[in-house]
Design a protein around this ligand. Structure first.
Ligand SMILES: Cc1cc2nc3c(=O)[nH]c(=O)nc-3n(C[C@H](O)[C@H](O)[C@H](O)COP(=O)(O)OP(=O)(O)OC[C@H]3O[C@@H](n4cnc5c(N)ncnc54)[C@H](O)[C@@H]3O)c2cc1C
Length: 411
């Protein structure tokens, strides 16, 4: 038996198709996004590209096959994410809300909930969006902490056949939807009488009840619409509770597993693009010397070392996404390594490449610094490495039955 790392003909085709879309549609779009100063207008520029991707079936590719989509393989997902994120991680984050927001619905949703909440994302027209409303302005790393900690502050109070949800949420992409009336589906992490719980609200519940307090102006990932919102007594049917009351911490952590694994692939994309820019510079620029700077051992050592780290990050991302999608028992540990190792290595790689290009890299119009701005986000988004992810890894490693070889399949 062999382990093959070669792409199948179908995966080759996937790579070609997504790369063509990324180069043809996303690269010019990002020029426009970079030129726009207003964060809300920047994010709005993404919408036509989302519509194009939806029409091409890309959104259905994010929905697992058992739920009506075409997503089936973790390695396919990694190829897709890397090719998109090389040109625009902003675009993937904008489109990929369902990846997190629907994960609890897949895990414990009733057939009625699955039908109702997943169907909008099987569309082949429009630009449906989902938001996982987890983060709050006063913090999210300790969202499940018991009293006297505050934990999650958003509340859902039962009132007859409805939940009445109030509180403030932040950061999650497209919290107000494209037009301020909310995304098609918003999965809200909130406190109910039974503990931390998840409740889904739809546009019809959110319209007029969601108020944007601020659109954040991000240094990287500038096409993402991230803001702080207030939910004012959003009324949702009691049947929109996902799973049991009090199961929200476990379901939320599970929901962020695939997205955590994918951060390693995002970091790979930033590092790959930065490497290409630095390599081209090193081969063509003499900087007043007699030969291109790649001829200096110090420069080529950095190129070689960073290339090796990129190869390692990519394979770990593939392995982690494969484990998550195939529900391998080691998926949790691998997803955390991809998130932590991938994000921190990606950041170091881009920083090292900036150092060999030198002062030219310090011009925002030279296409290198922008990848540092994106890479800076990866250790802190999708659960910061310090506040969330390393704590999760700690829990895995202190468990009595932890076997260090099981993540490698060698236990
Ligand atoms: C582009 C983008 C997209 C995003 N998408 C989403 C989304 O879809 N949904 C969503 O809900 N959020 C989203 N976020 C927000 C983000 O992913 C989370 O809010 C963030 O990962 C949590 O940050 P934090 O851990 O730093 O939390 P905070 O609670 O703000 O903690 C701040 C810091 O305090 C320290 N700290 C706190 N508690 C501990 C502890 N117990 N142990 C050790 N250190 C601690 C850590 O250093 C931590 O980083 C997004 C953010 C961005 C920028």
């Amino acid at each position: 038996m062999t382990v093959s790392f070669a792409l199948s003909p179908e995966q080759q085709q996937l790579k070609e198709n997504v790369r063509a879309f990324a180069r043809g549609v996303l690269a010019p779009l990002m020029e426009e996004v970079r030129a726009e100063r207003d964060p809300r207008s920047r994010a709005a520029l993404m919408r036509p590209a989302v519509e194009t991707a939806v029409a091409a079936g890309m959104l259905r590719g994010l929905i697992p096959e058992p739920f009506g989509g075409t997503g089936s393989s973790g390695v396919d997902a990694a190829i897709f994410i890397e090719e998109i994120a090389v040109e625009s991680p902003d675009f993937f984050i904008t489109m990929a809300g369902p990846l997190i927001a629907l994960a609890p619905v897949y895990e414990v949703g009733t057939p009625e909930q699955i039908e109702r909440f997943v169907t909008p994302f099987l569309a082949s027209t429009g630009a449906p969006v989902a938001a996982m409303a987890f983060s709050e302005p006063d913090g999210s790393a300790n969202f499940g902490a018991p009293a006297p900690a505050d934990g999650v502050l958003t509340t859902a109070v039962p009132d007859g056949d409805e939940w009445v949800i109030s509180g403030r949420k932040a950061w999650s992409s497209l919290l107000p939807g494209w037009d301020g009336d909310g995304p098609d589906v918003m999965t809200i992490v909130c406190r109910t009488p039974g503990g931390v719980s998840l409740i889904v609200a739809e546009r019809e519940h959110l319209a007029g009840r969601i108020e944007v307090e601020e659109y954040y102006d991000l240094p990287g990932l500038t096409g993402c619409m991230t803001c702080r919102v207030r939910l004012n007594e959003v009324r949702v049917p009691r049947s929109h509770l996902i799973g049991e009351e009090g199961d929200g911490v476990r379901l939320t952590l599970n929901a962020f597993m695939a997205s955590g694994a994918s951060i390693g692939t995002f970091a790979t994309a930033a590092a790959r693009k930065a490497w290409e820019v630095a390599y081209d510079f090193a081969r063509t620029q003499k900087r007043g010397g007699a030969a291109p700077i790649i001829e200096h051992q110090a420069v080529s050592d950095v190129l070689a070392d960073t290339k090796g780290r990129i190869e390692a990050m990519r394979l770990l991302g593939w392995r982690a996404l494969d484990a998550v999608i195939s529900q391998d028992p080691a998926a949790g540990e691998l997803a955390l390594h991809s998130k932590i190792f991938g994000s921190e290595t990606g950041l170091e790689v881009v920083n090292d490449l900036i150092k060999i290009v030198g002062v030219t890299a310090y011009d925002v119009n030279f296409p290198l610094l922008r990848h540092l701005d994106d890479a800076l986000a990866y250790p802190i988004i999708e659960g910061s490495n310090t506040g969330v992810r390393r704590r999760q890894l700690h829990d895995i490693m202190v468990a009595e039955d932890f076997d260090p070889l099981s993540a490698s399949g060698l236990a």
